[in-house]
Ligand binder design. Structure first.
Ligand SMILES: [Zn+2]
Length: 167
């Protein structure tokens, strides 16, 4: 699988935290993590704000520098993706993971979040053929629209069906 050629991207380094991990724990700990997450989400949003993001496929890479081997890098994916989604206002059905990796770093460990998109503007998925196309190639705006080609084919099929019905 070829790696995408990212035309726009941004990297944000957050201080290492367990606040993005999907771990339960006591209610006081959960409150502390929620507060820390809110603070770091603001840092993330600020770091991603300089790019004109589009509604299109969005590639996420996460490198976790963890201070101890007993924390789990995979665990942070959901919450970080969620935070990125809110920060760049791109629906999460456009998201995919390019890479999730970790290193053990004892001094000043960080979580690096890289977000990228390929060249081009907003896209819409055709509800019939599934191809991703620009809004101008669609017959209606919104999530459940058909591309002009599919729309024309459906129109032609209806016309043929109508012709059969008459004969
Ligand atoms: Zn189509």
């Amino acid at each position: 699988m070829a790696l995408p050629d990212l035309a726009r991207s941004a990297v944000v380094a957050l201080p290492y935290t367990q606040a993005f991990s999907r771990s339960a724990g006591s209610s006081s700990r959960r409150r502390r993590y929620a507060a820390e997450r809110a603070r770091l989400e603001a840092v993330l949003a600020d770091g991603l704000s300089g790019v004109a993001w589009r509604q299109r496929k969005t590639y996420l890479s996460i490198l976790v520098e963890k201070p101890f081997h007993n924390s789990d890098a995979i665990n942070v994916v959901d919450r970080i993706a969620d935070a990125v989604k809110r920060a760049i206002r791109v629906d999460d059905n456009w998201f995919c993971l390019l890479r999730v990796d970790w290193l053990i770093v004892k001094q000043n460990p960080r979580i690096y979040v890289t977000v990228g998109q390929e060249e081009g503007g907003d896209q819409v998925a055709c509800s019939v053929c599934g191809q991703l196309k620009g809004p101008a190639e669609m017959t209606s705006r919104g999530k459940h629209s058909e591309c002009r080609l599919c729309n024309a084919e459906i129109g032609a099929a209806r016309y043929r069906a109508l012709g059969r019905a008459r004969t």
